[in-house]
Design a protein around this ligand. Structure first.
Ligand code: PMP
Length: 291
């Protein structure tokens, strides 16, 4: 068992600092207007030590998000920041949260004149072998439409997820499922959606959904078809699962009053994903960056 650093360490604007001391000023532009971009990344214990799963892909998505509003972002620097933070905290299984944002300045909307910042924080994650089966409520809130807000990990955009999650929980569900006005499935508040029908795996595709890296991983692993799916088709499926960096592969037990039974294909994929992220599948070790 690895020893833990006495105090959590975070990376902030070029240096490792005590995580507990991190602060942002009250005129922080991102605090007022959501002008930040973040990632959710994981590291896993492998035979050769801790490794980060698909780090370049996460940082490339972050770079695209930052580029939407001219926020400076250097993936090479962010890579070093992530690895340095993991090493300092002696993490093996960890959740990694990089955040870049516009800080102090005037109360104006223009980002010019505001100070750009970046931080990386990491927390140890528990290894849970059989995650719970999620119960989804169909959200009354629509997903941010891509022609209003690009589906990237922009801080302000997550108010949409907060609203949907609150509504789903108030109705007794664990998580919200977004659909569009035409009855197509979009995604969950922090995970993409797949279905299994007659043994065939299908990835839900929608322009308003975040291009998930776990989704991409599972498509590559299974050869799943990616296409538009209606809510009616999802309700008619044999199995449904959500997927994301934090959720990994999460079987769905229920959508509104439709209950799903056993989920053998999902469980198989869950196990396969677990081996891939831990470097136990030789063909996919290129997805890991050693810490
Ligand atoms: N959709 C949303 C809205 C998310 O926040 C996330 C988590 N990043 C996902 C899907 C899953 O994406 P990924 O597999 O890249 O974590």
């Amino acid at each position: 068992e690895a020893a833990h650093a006495a105090k959590p360490v975070a990376w902030f604007d070029g240096a490792l600092v005590e995580g507990d001391t991190l602060q942002a000023g009250l005129t922080t532009h991102a605090l007022h207007y959501g002008s930040g971009v973040f990632e959710g990344i994981r590291a896993y214990a492998t035979e050769t030590g801790a490794a980060v799963f698909r780090l370049p892909e996460h940082l490339e998505r972050m770079r695209r998000g930052a580029g939407m509003f001219a926020l400076p972002f250097d993936p090479a620097l962010a890579t070093e920041a992530v690895l340095a933070t993991l090493r300092a905290n002696r993490h093996r299984d960890a959740y990694i949260r990089p955040l870049a944002w516009f800080g102090e300045g005037s109360f104006g909307l223009d980002v010019e004149g505001h100070v750009p910042h970046m931080m990386v924080a990491t927390t140890a994650t528990q290894v849970h072998l059989n995650g719970t089966r999620a119960r989804l409520g169909v959200s009354r809130w629509r997903r941010n439409p891509a022609d209003s807000l690009p589906p990237l990990k922009l801080c302000g955009g997550y108010v949409n997820s907060i609203l949907a999650k609150r509504e789903a929980k108030a109705r007794g569900f664990d998580e919200a499922l977004f659909t569009d006005r035409d009855g197509n499935v979009v995604e969950c508040t922090g995970a993409n959606v797949f279905l299994v029908k007659d043994g065939r795996v299908t990835a839900v595709e929608h322009r308003d959904a975040l291009p998930g890296i776990t989704r991409d991983t599972l498509i590559e692993l299974t050869g799943a078809q990616s296409r538009a799916v209606t809510l009616a088709e999802l309700l008619d499926a044999d199995e449904v699962f959500a997927c994301g960096t934090a959720a990994e592969v999460a079987p769905v037990a229920q959508i509104e009053d439709r209950e799903y039974g056993d989920n053998p294909v999902t469980r198989e994929l869950q196990a396969l994903y677990g081996r891939v992220v831990r470097g136990q599948e030789a063909a996919h070790r290129h997805w890991l960056t050693e810490v």
